[in-house]
Design a protein around this ligand. Structure first.
Ligand code: SF4
Ligand code: SF4
Ligand code: FES
Length: 254
């Protein structure tokens, strides 16, 4: 029996057998194709269009917390976060404009003003995503008052430390620990300026019974908040390429 002609709208989704209607839209004036349900960020990355991100990490669930990935969408009366905004047929997205750069720089300045990010004395100096973004987005100074809330360092774990002065509350650690390692050691406590990531029921990390010591949270932390003990500043490179693979393995196992 002859097969019906191939219809790309019914092509299988790469991560499963779900039919994926094809949408067309424009990003920065370029025509791109997308699957229904894709986010603007996914489609932009597939087409080598760079959108800055901080809380987003491939392989973890999306949070939409940092707002660094804001883009302009024609017809929308506000800026939208690319990592949690689904594409629509005919959408026109702008990822680069002076307005977006201004907002992104302001957001970075707010991150820098909220806690103590003195890069010169940070163990992750030179290997920090916050620092890299400040550099690439041309942030030259902080025009907000520094808040410097009292924030502790917990070095009770035999292999790792957490310095709350460097934490930007991206919650990558929490998501990696819960979604990849399955330990759910990290949680969040408090509000506003008092908000902190905590281990178990806010006990020292070294006393945590749920922590397996796998180090995944340390590897995904974008700043010097989570670090491995006994490493020099030059060795503080984070390795997070393992995440998408572990996630796929987990899906296959359960
Ligand atoms: S070391 Fe592993 S188990 Fe322990 S808190 Fe980090 S991710 Fe969770
Ligand atoms: S400790 Fe690191 S990974 Fe966790 S919320 Fe803070 S900055 Fe993000
Ligand atoms: S990367 Fe989109 S909100 Fe953080």
């Amino acid at each position: 029996m002859a097969h019906p002609p191939f219809d790309p709208r019914h092509a299988a989704h790469p991560t499963g057998s779900r039919p994926a209607p094809i949408l067309t839209l424009k990003i920065d004036g370029q025509d791109v194709g997308a699957r229904s349900g894709d986010t603007i960020l996914t489609v932009a990355r597939e087409n080598d269009i760079h959108i800055p991100t901080l809380c987003h990490l491939e392989g973890l669930s999306t949070l939409g917390a940092c707002r660094l990935c804001l883009v302009e969408v024609a017809g929308a009366n506000r800026l939208l976060p690319a990592c949690v905004t689904a594409v629509r047929e005919g959408m026109a997205v702008t990822t680069r404009s002076e307005r977006l750069q201004t907002y992104r720089r302001k957001l970075l300045e707010l991150f820098f003003s909220e806690r103590n990010h003195v890069c010169a004395v940070c163990v992750s100096n030179g290997h920090c995503e916050l620092q890299d973004l400040a550099d690439t987005l041309g942030m030259t100074h902080v025009r907000y008052d520094y808040l410097y809330p009292p924030a502790a360092i917990d070095a009770s774990h035999p292999r790792f430390s957490v310095d709350h002065n460097r934490c930007i509350l991206c919650l990558r650690c929490l998501r990696a620990c819960e979604e990849i390692e399955g330990a759910h050691t990290w949680d969040v406590m408090g509000r506003g300026i008092d908000c902190r990531v905590i281990t178990d029921l806010n006990q020292p990390w070294g006393e945590s019974e749920s922590c397996t010591g796998c180090g995944k949270c340390v590897q995904v932390c974008p700043t010097g908040a989570l670090t491995e003990k006994g490493r020099a500043v030059a060795e503080m490179v984070k390795n997070k390429e393992f995440l998408p693979y572990l996630r796929i393995m987990r899906r296959r196992t359960f």
